[in-house]
Structures are given as structure tokens and as C-alpha cells.
Design a protein around this ligand. Structure first.
Ligand code: G3P
Length: 224
């Protein structure tokens, strides 16, 4: 499974990219607005840190303007994936951009029929929003399972399921069980994935017991 970071905060991206576990970044207009920075400068900074796909979303709703915006965004760096909404105009733009060799992430997906259309339009990624469905009492993970089942039953589909709107680590592990290729996670969730109280407790015990030996691994090595 590939892990993308769902943020436009460059400090968070730099910090988490240093773990070597980050395969890409997804942004959206709300995440960019939160930075208070110029969109193209933010994208350029992100692309200089993360070599994997960096999703940059268009702001237009009509195909022709989406194409103009998408082509401008794609010029920022080779690893830009242009993000378009899952609408008829968005999928028309997706088809043209994909045919031009641009990576496209089709976003705001909330149903299996929508996901199938995104794949038909040649999307590199389709982003079903699991958390927003859960937020209104619908079965977000059920959608992920349905999309993965369909895509796995259709070998000609190369579109990757990019699970988005993730709220906690279980969304990630359940998506992995279903065969989703990518999870895009808020920084907080990636950090939560590292954490377990028994890991902390066990490490403390190991270090306390090691300290009682009075030994030092590096000093022993230096003495050779
Ligand atoms: O960035 C796409 C998606 O992950 C945002 O979802 O629900 O956290 O705003 P949400």
C-alpha cells in the first residue's frame, strides 16, 4: 500500500517525508487555503520534497477551464497529479489530460458507479471519501470494498483506489485488507499509526534493563 499525506502544510510534509514512508501528497482547495500561501509556491515546495505524485486540484467547474488550469498546474513539476471533481465536466477533462500523459486524480467520489466512470475516463487515481460518508452515517468502508471488488474483477482497469477522507488508522488497515492501492492520511493519522502503549512500555523496560548492565554498544565497538 502507498501512503500519501493529506495536507498542504510544508512543515508537516517535510517532517513526515523524513521517515522515508511517504509516497505522495494530496492537497485540495481547503487544505491550500489553510496555509494562507500562494498555491503555486506551495506546490513547488511540496514537489521539491516529495518525488511521488502530488495532487493539485483545479478550481474551475467547466471542462475547458479545468483543462487550462490543469495544464498550468502540471507545469509546476513532473510529479504533479491534476485533481478534478467527479462531475461530467471533470471526467471530460480527466480523459483529455490522461490522453496527454498527465496523471489525474478524480476526487469527491462517493459511489461505485462514480468510481467506474472515473476509471473509464482514464483516471490514474480515484479518491473515494470514506470519512465523509461515515460522518453522515453511511458505510464508507463498504464503498471502498465495493470499488476494490469491481476494479479487481475488471483487469483492464488500471486506475488506483486512493482512499481519502481518512479519520483514523482502522480506515487505513481496512482499506489495505480490501486491496486499495493508496491511502492518503492526515499527518495526525500517520503519527497515530506509529503509536502503541505496549511499544512504549516495552522499550522503556528494555532500556532500563540495558542501563543496569553498565555497557555501551558504541564504546565496546571503539575498544576493538
Ligand atoms: O483531500 C481529500 C480528502 O482526503 C479530504 O477529506 O473529509 O478530510 O476533508 P476530508
Amino acid at each position: 500500500m502507498k501512503f500519501f499525506i493529506d495536507t498542504a502544510d510544508i512543515d508537516e510534509i517535510r517532517d513526515l517525508a523524513a521517515t522515508g514512508l511517504v509516497d505522495g501528497v494530496t492537497t485540495n482547495p481547503s487544505l491550500v487555503a489553510k496555509t494562507g500561501r500562494d498555491f503555486f509556491e506551495v506546490l513547488s515546495d511540496i514537489c521539491s520534497i516529495v518525488p511521488g505524485p502530488v495532487s493539485a486540484e483545479v478550481a474551475a467547474t467547466d471542462t475547458e477551464t479545468m483543462l487550462a488550469e490543469g495544464r498550468a498546474l502540471a507545469k509546476v513539476a513532473d510529479n504533479i497529479a491534476v485533481k478534478v471533481p467527479l462531475t461530467p465536466d471533470g471526467l471530460k477533462a480527466c480523459k483529455t489530460l490522461a490522453d496527454e500523459g498527465t496523471q489525474v486524480n478524480v476526487t469527491l467520489c462517493f459511489s461505485a458507479p462514480q468510481a467506474l466512470l472515473a476509471a473509464k475516463a482514464g483516471a490514474t487515481f480515484v479518491s473515494p471519501f470514506v470519512g465523509r460518508l461515515d460522518d453522515i452515517g453511511q458505510d464508507g468502508m463498504g464503498l471502498i470494498g465495493e470499488i476494490c471488488e469491481i476494479f479487481q474483477a475488471q483487469p483492464e482497469i488500471t486506475t488506483e483506489v486512493l482512499v481519502a477522507s481518512i479519520r483514523h488508522p482502522i480506515h487505513v488497515t481496512d482499506s489495505a485488507k480490501m486491496g486499495a492501492e493508496v491511502a492518503t492520511v492526515p499527518p495526525k493519522v500517520l503519527r497515530q499509526m506509529f503509536q502503541h502503549p505496549l511499544t512504549d512500555k516495552g522499550l522503556d523496560a528494555f532500556l532500563n534493563d540495558w542501563a543496569k548492565t553498565g555497557q555501551s554498544i558504541l564504546k565496546a565497538k571503539a575498544a576493538e
